[in-house]
Design a protein around this ligand. Structure first.
Ligand code: ADP
Length: 257
């Protein structure tokens, strides 16, 4: 502690160059805090399904569960928890990939509506089961984003539009090119997001309704991955929502000239 205090005092009287070093150090410290908070949250999120799995396996191995139907049910529940773990680990890996590996390239480009069409096909079964129609429209525009990243972004937004919706609802994806930018809007007719949560949905692990979230699945990382991709490619994101009516998220990316 004395050493730290002495150093702080010395820093205070130091030259501008060294002050800059201190600023950098503080930035580094801040990043470190964010990282260790993230690690703590991930560990917590991993613990919940693991605790359930441990509970089920303990019951099974104690011989208390004799009915074959009950045994089957337990194994199914273990499978559900394992799926949750896999989904969580995939999202965490995605975040660390976005933080360290992905570097935008000057020749990155993707056609918005063709990538959206791929996402619609991939989400087809989910949309059908939830009785949601997914519609694509707008300009044949290209953005300066790697196609794989745009696919991740759109999949997350479209999947949310389907998950947080009501049977018979719709999800619309629209592309519009203007002034060297492309606006991609994903809107849904779903449950909406209450005002006090609108800023927070982009935070890692934040969910509006934890109870509902457990049923719908998901990790609470989807929109933070979306935001990461947006920032990485020099874009911006905005959200409009009305509880009971729906949500509209617009992403602006630089267009390909
Ligand atoms: P999740 O894996 O829980 O879907 P996200 O980061 O994608 O995580 O979203 C965070 C939370 O924001 C969700 O749990 C949900 O409560 C809310 N949310 C996201 N998209 C929508 C939407 N289109 N309509 C209503 N609520 C949404």
């Amino acid at each position: 502690l004395m050493l730290v205090l002495a150093r702080k005092l010395a820093d205070r009287t130091a030259q501008p160059l060294e002050q800059k070093e201190e600023e950098l150090e503080q930035e580094g410290e801040k990043l470190q805090t964010v990282r260790s908070e993230f690690a703590a949250n991930v560990s917590h999120e991993l613990k919940t399904p693991l605790t359930s799995i441990k509970g089920f396996t303990d019951m099974m191995s104690s011989g208390m569960v004799k009915d074959p139907e009950d045994q089957k049910r337990f194994i199914t529940m273990i499978g559900v928890e394992v799926d949750r773990l896999i989904e969580l680990i995939n999202d965490v890996l995605k975040i660390s990939e976005l933080e360290s590996v992905v570097i935008p390239q000057s020749d990155d480009r993707a056609n918005v509506l063709s990538v959206a069409e791929e996402c619609r096909a991939a989400l087809g079964q989910m949309a059908e089961a939830a009785k949601i129609s997914v519609n694509l429209s707008g300009d044949n525009a290209e953005v300066a984003v790697a196609p794989g990243r745009l696919r991740e972004l759109l999949t997350n937004l479209m999947e949310n539009g389907i998950k947080y919706n009501e049977p018979g609802g719709r999800v619309d994806v629209q592309a519009a090119q203007r002034d060297g930018k492309v606006a991609i809007t994903v809107s849904d007719t779903g449950i909406g997001i209450p005002k006090e949560s609108r800023e927070r949905v982009f935070e890692r692990f934040y969910r509006v309704d934890k109870g509902r979230a457990r049923k719908t699945g998901g990790t609470g990382l989807g929109l933070s991955i979306v935001k990461h991709i947006v920032l990485l490619y020099g874009g911006s994101i905005s959200l409009k929502s009305e509880p009971g009516k729906g949500t509209e998220i617009t992403v602006l990316f630089p267009a390909v000239r």
